[in-house]
Ligand binder design. Structure first.
Ligand code: CTP
Length: 396
C-alpha cells in the first residue's frame, strides 16, 4: 500500500507506483486530501490499474474494501512522501484520515520517506516524532540533502523512487539469505598508462549490481566492490568504488575473510602497463609506440587458494568454445558455480540489460538459461547459492 501525503514530492510517488507495478507488485494507493491537491488520484489509478482511496467515509469503497480490509491487505506500507504533519499524526497515534487510520490498523511493516523543508526536518518536534516512530519499528529512508522546492539547501528531498522501490521489495521478499555475508565484484577495471589513458573493457557493472541488489533484498549483508561505471550504488549495499585490478584485489581482501559467499562478476583487466606515466604522454615525432604490459592479480584465483569453505562463484566471458573454456576455469579456480556467457552475442554481451548464460557446476552439469533480464539471471544464480548454503547447513 502506497500512502501519499501533501508535499511537492508527491509527483515522485507516481514514479514509485509505476516502478513497483512494473516489477509485479500490486499497489493500492491511499492519498490524503492535501496530496490530491498536488497530484490527481487518477494518475495513480492509471499507473497501478487499481482504485485509489482517499476518503474514509466513501460508502461504495467501505462496502467493497473498507479501511481495515486495506490495512490487512497490505504486505508492506510505504508512505512517500511523508510530510511533517503526517509524521506528527502517526507518532501521536491519531487516526483522522484513511491513511493515518491504516497506519494504526496495519500489522505490515511500514516504510516512511520524509520530504519537507530542511528547517521543518531539523525541528526537534520532527526529530522526536521520527525517533518515536523508529522506536516502534517504522523504517525510514531519506530525506536526501540538496536543494528543496522552497529554495533551501539541506536534508529534505524525498529519496529516489528506485531506492524506495528496492526498499519496499526488500520488506516483502523472503529472507533466505538472512545473516549471510556476500562479497561481489563487478564492472570493469582501468589500468592507466598515464593520467588520461587506460586499458579497459565495456563492462557496465550491471550484472553484479543486480546480484548485489537482490542478495540484499533476500536479507544478505552485501559488499560490492565496483569498478568504474556510471550506474549508481544499489540501495542498502556497502559499495566500495575502485579503479584498477590492484585496488579491486585490496578491497576484496579487506572483506573476504568472513564472507560466506564470493561472487566475482567483474571483468578484470588481465594486464596493466608496467609503468603509469605521472604526466600525459606526448606523441612527439614518434611514428609508433610499444607498451609493455604485466599481469594483474587474479582475484578469484587468489581467493580460491586462500579461503576455505567459502562458496565461490565465477563468471566466464567467452567468445568461442564457451562450455569447454568455462569448465576449465571452474576446475582451475575450484569454483562451486560458474556462470558463462558468450560476449559476442549482442543480447548477452557487455553493457546490455539482458543476459543469456549457462550455469556450470563441478559435477559437469550445464544449465542453459534463456535470454533473461539481468535481474532475473541474478535471482537464478542466488537461488543456486541459497540451495548450496541449505545443503551445507543440513550436513553440518
Ligand atoms: N577474475 C578475477 N581477477 C582477474 C581475472 C579474472 O577475479 N584478474 C575473475 C572474473 O571476475 C571471473 C573469472 O575470474 O569471475 C573469470 O574471468 P575471465 O576474464 O572470463 O577469465 P580469466 O580467468 O581472466 O581467463 P582468460 O582471460 O584467459 O579467459
Amino acid at each position: 500500500m502506497l500512502g501519499v501525503t501533501g508535499g511537492v514530492a508527491a509527483y515522485k510517488a507516481a514514479e514509485l507506483a509505476s516502478l513497483l507495478t512494473q516489477r509485479g507488485v500490486a499497489v493500492r494507493t491511499v492519498m490524503t486530501e492535501a496530496a490530491a491537491k498536488f497530484i490527481a488520484p487518477l494518475t495513480f489509478a492509471a499507473l497501478t490499474d487499481l482504485p485509489v482511496a482517499g476518503d474514509m467515509f466513501q460508502a461504495d469503497q467501505e462496502a467493497t474494501i473498507g479501511h481495515i480490509e486495506l490495512a490487512r491487505w497490505a504486505d508492506a506500507v510505504v508512505v512517500a512522501p511523508a510530510t511533517a504533519n503526517t509524521l506528527a499524526k502517526a507518532a501521536a497515534g491519531q487516526a483522522d484520515n484513511l491513511l493515518t487510520t491504516i497506519l494504526l490498523a496495519t500489522r505490515a511493516p511500514i516504510l516512511m520517506a520524509p520530504a519537507m523543508n530542511p528547517q521543518m526536518y531539523a525541528h526537534p518536534a520532527t526529530s522526536e516524532n521520527i525517533a518515536k516512530l523508529a522506536g516502534r519499528g517504522v523504517l525510514f529512508l531519506g530525506p536526501e540533502p540538496g536543494r528543496t522546492a522552497c529554495g533551501e539547501e539541506g536534508p529534505g528531498r524525498m529519496s529516489q523512487p528506485t531506492d524506495l522501490a528496492d526498499a519496499v521489495q526488500c520488506l516483502v521478499t523472503p529472507h533466505d539469505l538472512e545473516g549471510v555475508k556476500v562479497l561481489i565484484t563487478s564492472g570493469p577495471t582501468r589500468e592507466h598508462l598515464d593520467p588520461v589513458r587506460y586499458i579497459s573493457n565495456p563492462s557496465s557493472g550491471r550484472m553484479g549490481i543486480e546480484l548485489a541488489r537482490f542478495a540484499r533484498r533476500r536479507g544478505a549483508e552485501v559488499w560490492l566492490v565496483l569498478g568504474p561505471t556510471h550506474l549508481p550504488d544499489p540501495w542498502g549495499v556497502h559499495t566500495v568504488r575502485v579503479t584498477s585490478a590492484q585496488e579491486m584485489q585490496e578491497a576484496v581482501l579487506r572483506h573476504a575473510a568472513d564472507a560466506e559467499v564470493s561472487i566475482m562478476a567483474a571483468a578484470v583487466s588481465d594486464f596493466r602497463p608496467t609503468d603509469c606515466a605521472p604526466q600525459k604522454i606526448k606523441k612527439g615525432d614518434r611514428k609508433s609506440e610499444t607498451c609493455e604490459l604485466v599481469r594483474t592479480p587474479d582475484i578469484l584465483a587468489h581467493l580460491s587458494r586462500t579461503t576455505e569453505g567459502q562458496i565461490l562463484v565465477g563468471f566466464a566471458a567467452e567468445t568461442e568454445d564457451i562450455v569447454a573454456n568455462a569448465q576449465a576455469k571452474l576446475k582451475a579456480k575450484k569454483l562451486d558455480l560458474l556462470v558463462a556467457n558468450d560476449v559476442t552475442d549482442p543480447a548477452s554481451g557487455f553493457a546490455v540489460s539482458t543476459n543469456r548464460v549457462r550455469i556450470i557446476t563441478p559435477d559437469g552439469r550445464v544449465e542453459s538459461l534463456p535470454l533473461l533480464p539481468k535481474w532475473e539471471v541474478a535471482q537464478r544464480i542466488l537461488n543456486r547459492v541459497s540451495r548450496i548454503i541449505e545443503r551445507r547447513r543440513k550436513k553440518s
